[in-house]
Design a protein around this ligand. Structure first.
Ligand code: URA
Length: 243
């Protein structure tokens, strides 16, 4: 067990649930694991030539490549790809699902109603976009009619998210909703069951909470989202203490 794991355990935040996508990288299954069925393991995205090319990109090349990307059919209806926004040295990374109409128009994630709620959620824990915070999405192009992105679309876009995470090296990732959590953890996720647990995304702790757009329709879950943010803040404190 690493020093960080033992500090997190001390403050009641362990165990970390580990992403399973590589041979030899297995998850311990703590009590309750049955609620998180494993999806079919995807090949590690850096394993093919495209993945390796993206994995070597800096921000400028990544931005230009995403802007010109035609690697899945979401490119057909988008106005523009939306890479992400914020502090490239962020401690906090928030990952949503995909751009909506306003994001597609403006080229920035979470600028519509859901974005206003996300900003309020950030403010509730003394954060704001751009200041120690980066906001991105599982897919960079708007799914038509705001439908949920399909598995092949999130898979095609995953190398970009992976590269963003490697460039940012956040201390903590917050997955907003099921598509983001499933993309990052490569397993089936029920948000209700995953809340309040600390997952491990390739060495970076990850928490799951509701998507702000879901919260706009399900006001009673706002209190749960607040608990999740407090949990995330506690995790961040623990990580900062662990150094
Ligand atoms: N919903 C998302 O998941 N992402 C956005 O950028 C906007 C709305």
């Amino acid at each position: 067990m690493t020093r960080r794991d033992s500090i997190l355990r001390e403050i009641g935040l362990a165990p970390l649930w580990r992403r399973r996508d590589r041979p030899g990288q297995t998850a311990e299954a703590p009590a309750g694991a049955e609620s998180l069925a494993q999806a079919s393991p995807a090949a590690a995205p850096e394993g093919d030539a495209r993945g390796r090319r993206i994995a070597a990109m800096g921000w400028d090349e990544l931005r230009a490549t995403v802007a010109a990307c035609r690697d899945c059919r979401l490119c057909e209806k988008r106005k523009q790809a939306v890479l992400g926004v914020g502090d490239v040295d962020a401690d906090w990374l928030f990952v949503g699902e995909g751009p909506g109409a306003e994001e597609d128009e403006k080229g920035e994630p979470f600028v519509g109603q859901a974005g206003k709620l996300l900003d309020a959620m950030l403010a509730a824990i003394d954060l704001r976009r751009g200041n120690r915070v980066y906001i991105g999405n599982a897919v960079k192009c708007r799914p038509p009619n705001n439908r949920t992105p399909e598995a092949e679309e999130t898979a095609a876009c995953f190398p970009y998210l992976l590269r963003q995470i490697e460039l940012i090296r956040p201390k903590l990732i917050v997955a907003l909703g099921k598509p983001a959590a499933e993309t990052l953890l490569n397993m089936e996720v029920k948000v209700g069951a995953a809340r309040g647990r600390l997952f491990d995304y390739r060495g970076i702790p990850l928490v799951v909470t509701y998507h702000p757009a879901y919260l706009l329709r399900n006001l009673t879950d706002k209190a749960r989202a607040w608990e999740d943010l407090c949990f995330a803040r506690r995790a961040m404190k623990g990580l900062e203490e662990a150094g």
